[in-house]
Design a protein around this ligand. Structure first.
Ligand code: OAD
Length: 233
């Protein structure tokens, strides 16, 4: 792969599945246990903030007990050793890429371990519950919400993502079902911009036909093997 210099990696819930974090879709997925409309929209938060805060408090507590798996470690190795451009765009709101040591990570759907103050617009690192409406560390207002992008809200830092996609020679999608836009559209965008496209997933994603190559299996096996190919030849 000597012709490849700039890489964009998109990760989804499948990358964290083997660390014990539920995926969203499929048997036992989070959206089978909870209705999106009840817990993951601005309307739900306006209607029943306690239900929404309790849901995210549970999730925030749960992810703090999880550890990165071989897929996160392999991507951290790629980040440390790849001399060309690299952006790991994650839809995940856990911090397992960072725990593994990756630096070039962008959280397009926000982060569980941040709270966002809707009064002063400051984001603060947050590991505790929000249900008791604690004051914002910056302004004191009791206006903190999870810093997670809900359905109907705009994902974060799209300009940076599209800038990286324009430069990319290779786009790799890992552990995502391809059900949620705009992330699901990145493969088509990448192809149109001339990049090669590779999918690593347990099963074919909804946009599978758009990839030049698909490798099926668990991320903990596929990702270290692909990273070794890129770095060791
Ligand atoms: P999904 O739950 O939709 O899809 C997870 C994908 O991971 C599926 O295609 C699985 O086949 C695959 N998978 C499961 N276990 C795997 C493993 N061990 N190795 C490799 N692949 C595996 O999760 P996402 O695509 O990440 O958004 O969902 C996208 C967005 O929908 C999330 O960011 C979230 C959700 O609603 C928001 O909350 C805004």
């Amino acid at each position: 792969m000597t012709d490849i210099r700039n890489i964009v990696v998109l990760t989804g819930a499948g990358v964290s599945a083997e660390s014990g974090i539920d995926t969203f879709r499929g048997g036992g997925g989070l959206w089978e246990q909870h209705r999106v409309e009840d817990v993951a929209t601005p309307e739900a938060f306006a209607r029943d903030p306690e239900l929404v805060l309790r849901f995210y408090d549970m999730r925030r507590a749960a992810i703090q007990t999880k550890e990165p798996n071989a897929a996160h470690h392999a991507l951290a190795r790629l980040d440390a050793e790849w001399e060309g451009g690299l952006l790991i765009v994650t839809q995940n709101v856990d911090d397992l890429h960072e725990q593994a040591g990756a630096k070039r990570v962008l959280h397009m759907h926000g982060e569980h371990l941040n709270a966002w103050c809707t009064a002063c617009d400051v984001r603060s690192r947050w590991t505790a519950p929000l249900i008791d409406r604690p004051p914002c560390p910056a302004c004191g207002a009791r206006s903190l919400r999870p810093d997670v992008v809900w359905f109907g809200e705009m994902p974060y830092r799209m300009d940076e993502i599209y800038a990286a996609l324009r430069e990319a020679d290779l786009f790799v999608s890992i552990g995502t079902s391809g059900a949620v836009y705009p992330a699901a559209g990145f493969v088509r965008d990448s192809r149109e911009l001339g990049a090669r496209t590779l999918e690593l997933n347990l099963e074919r994603s909804q946009g599978s036909a758009w990839f030049d190559e698909t490798r099926l299996g668990p991320a903990s096996e596929l990702v270290p093997a692909w990273v070794a190919e890129m770095l060791d030849g």
